[in-house]
Structures are given as structure tokens and as C-alpha cells.
Design a protein around this ligand. Structure first.
Ligand code: FES
Length: 355
């Protein structure tokens, strides 16, 4: 039995004449084994607490999909209270540890949007009926002070159906963008989350600028276009799109320089703007013939070094090519080769011509 009472009016409660007084709408998500039982105990013990909370019971807090919380906020909940067993008491061993990690990650994002105070994670055991009542009363009070949710416009809500062609991460991203739009949140600065701050499955390719030569092997194997390239004024920029990384490590395997590593982490600006975060720049080689920039200088140098190790430089140098092999762009190389072949072939053709 869950027993609640109507919350009391507080001086800060927004109200308008003739209209029904605003009451916070709070969603409670509790685990079955501890907090739901604690809420039940509060009811059977006739401990009264605000009736603003509507409880959803799940087996374990580990079952709480971040979408439950995000969608609740998108739908206009004024507050969301998650409650589960104390650490060490989870009936599924570490479900609450995983849930708390996910919670902290999304709370940090929601903090940026001004919604972080509207979610909370509590530990209430089956024997803590009184604590449950206090936790609910305290959170309700806090939400009353904060006022109604700033999330506006409940039209065009995200379709929550996750089909086979879409990943859960994409859906989470979609809902976060929808919330951001409804609270007029505009990310302005780069905000990097440390490895211990992100939930499992969130990571990105980190480049070692001292090792990376700009060969773009990582770019060509990435299945999700996480790695971006852009040539600007004689330089090639390398960027990372933090929305898309699958943490598949294909780029890591493809890098001949061991310059890239998938690390747990996250960057909010790139994520919310869906734009790459440019994190490396290398100088491009200028073509000795046409003057166009074409390939990263460190890449050419590395190639030369590797050929030398394989004793192949002499072979290339001995070819007496009609162009400088490392400083000529592919288009000019092709043209020079074609021109040379034509020059060599022409006399032969002329000589062999029947009169
Ligand atoms: Fe209560 Fe896992 S069973 S948090």
C-alpha cells in the first residue's frame, strides 16, 4: 500500500488567479526489491508524504533505460526521482552501480541544459519507509521551489520506437536534441567528459599528434563517418564527430602508426551540434608542378622513411621518373607520365609507319 497526501502550498508555488494551483508532477522510478518495498512500508505504516509522485516499478535500477528519464523530461515531468537498493544490496549484484553511472553521465548533460536539479538518484531499502517519505518530501519541496519545468511545447515529440536500423545511442541523441530545443539550450563551449564520467558504450578516437602522420587510414575504415577531414589553406584538419562513434575500434586496428586509440569519453559541443570537433592539423605538401596542396607532409616523410627501411628508395630514385616522387601531386604525376610515354612512343610509331 502506497499512502500519500497532497503537497502543501508553498509561497514559491506559481499560481494564477482563477486557475488551478500548479502542483509538481514527479515521476518516481523504483526498483522492486528495495525502494518500492520501502514506499510500500511507508504506506502500510501510514507515513504521509506528498502525493505528487507517480511510481513506476522496475525490477532493478539497472533496468532503467536513460530514455525513461529523458523521455519523462521531454514529456514535461517537473522532476524525476530514481530510487534503488543501497550499494552492495542490489539483488542483481551491481545493477544500481551501472544505473548510477548512467545517471551521473546524463545528469551532467542535463545540468548544462538547466535540468540537472530536476533529477535525483536515491538509495532506499525495504525497511526504510520513513526515509522514503522524507526523500519524496524533500525532492517535492525542491521541485516546488524550482517551479514548473522549463521544457515547453509538447508537440512533435520524439518517436520512441527504436527499430533495427537505428541504435539506442541515436535515439538518446534525438531525445536530448528535442529537450535542448524545448529549453532553448545552445551549447557554446567545448566540454570534454573524462573517462570515468561517461556511461559504457560512449567513447571516441583519440589521436596522438606526435605519432599521427595524417595518412587517413582511420578515415577510410570508419563505418560511421566519425572521422572528418577538411583541407584549409595548406593544412589538413582532422575532426571527430562525438555523436556517432560505435567504439568498434576499426580505426585503431587500421592505423599503421598506432597513433589512434578508442578511449571512453565524450564531448558535448560536437554531440549537440552534430559537428566534428577539430583536434589535429597537419601541413600539406605543395605540388612542385602545379602548386596545389595535396598530401600531408608528415605522411610523405614517413613513406620515405619506410621505403628507406625496405631499401626501396634507391629503386625509386633509380627509375629516373619525369617528376619528383614525393612532392608531385597525383594529377601532375599522371600527366607527366602520359606526356613522357607519348614522347617516347611517338618516334617509334613514326618510324614504324608504312609509307
Ligand atoms: Fe534494487 Fe538492483 S535490485 S537496485
Amino acid at each position: 500500500m502506497i499512502l500519500t497526501v497532497k503537497s502543501k502550498e508553498t509561497p514559491s508555488s506559481p499560481k494564477s488567479k482563477g486557475k488551478k494551483k500548479w502542483e509538481p508532477r514527479i515521476v518516481g522510478i523504483t526498483c522492486n526489491w528495495c525502494s518500492y518495498a520501502g514506499a510500500d512500508l511507508a504506506g502500510t505504516s501510514r507515513i504521509q508524504y506528498p502525493s505528487n509522485i507517480r511510481i513506476i516499478r522496475v525490477n532493478c535500477t539497472g533496468r532503467i533505460d536513460p530514455l525513461f528519464v529523458l523521455r519523462g523530461l521531454e514529456l514535461g515531468a517537473d522532476g524525476i526521482l530514481i530510487s534503488g537498493c543501497h550499494i552492495g544490496d542490489c539483488h542483481y549484484v551491481e545493477g544500481n552501480v551501472a544505473a548510477k553511472k548512467r545517471f551521473e553521465f546524463f545528469k551532467k548533460i542535463l545540468d548544462e541544459m538547466g535540468l540537472g536539479d530536476r533529477i535525483t538518484f536515491e538509495h532506499v531499502s525495504a525497511s526504510e519507509g520513513l526515509k522514503w517519505a522524507e526523500v519524496v518530501a524533500e525532492f517535492t519541496n525542491k521541485i516546488e521551489k524550482l517551479g514548473p519545468t522549463p521544457v515547453k511545447d509538447l508537440s512533435n515529440l520524439t518517436d520512441l520506437h527504436v527499430d533495427e536500423t537505428e541504435s539506442k545511442k541515436h535515439k538518446i541523441h534525438e531525445v536530448l536534441l528535442s529537450i535542448a530545443k524545448r529549453v532553448d539550450y545552445e551549447p557554446k563551449k567545448v566540454m570534454i567528459f573524462e573517462p570515468e564520467e561517461v556511461m559504457e558504450g560512449y567513447g571516441f578516437p583519440k589521436r596522438d599528434p606526435d605519432k599521427c602522420v595524417g595518412c587517413y587510414g582511420c578515415f577510410s575504415v570508419c563505418p560511421e563517418n566519425v572521422i572528418s577531414l577538411e583541407d584549409v589553406e595548406g593544412k589538413r584538419k582532422y575532426g571527430t564527430l562525438h555523436t556517432e562513434c560505435l567504439v568498434c575500434k576499426e580505426c585503431e586496428k587500421a592505423c599503421p602508426q598506432e597513433a589512434i586509440e578508442i578511449v571512453p569519453g565524450f564531448e558535448l559541443l560536437s554531440y549537440m551540434k552534430n559537428e566534428p570537433l577539430w583536434d589535429l592539423e597537419v601541413e600539406l605538401q605543395k605540388c612542385s608542378i602545379c602548386g596545389k596542396h595535396f598530401s600531408p607532409i608528415p605522411f610523405g616523410e614517413e613513406l620515405k622513411k619506410r621505403l628507406a627501411e625496405k631499401k626501396a628508395v634507391k629503386a625509386i630514385d633509380g627509375l629516373s621518373l619525369p617528376f619528383e616522387p614525393y612532392t608531385t601531386c597525383p594529377t601532375c604525376k599522371r600527366e607527366k607520365m602520359a606526356q613522357t610515354i607519348a614522347e617516347v612512343a611517338q618516334p617509334a610509331l613514326t618510324t614504324g609507319k608504312k609509307s
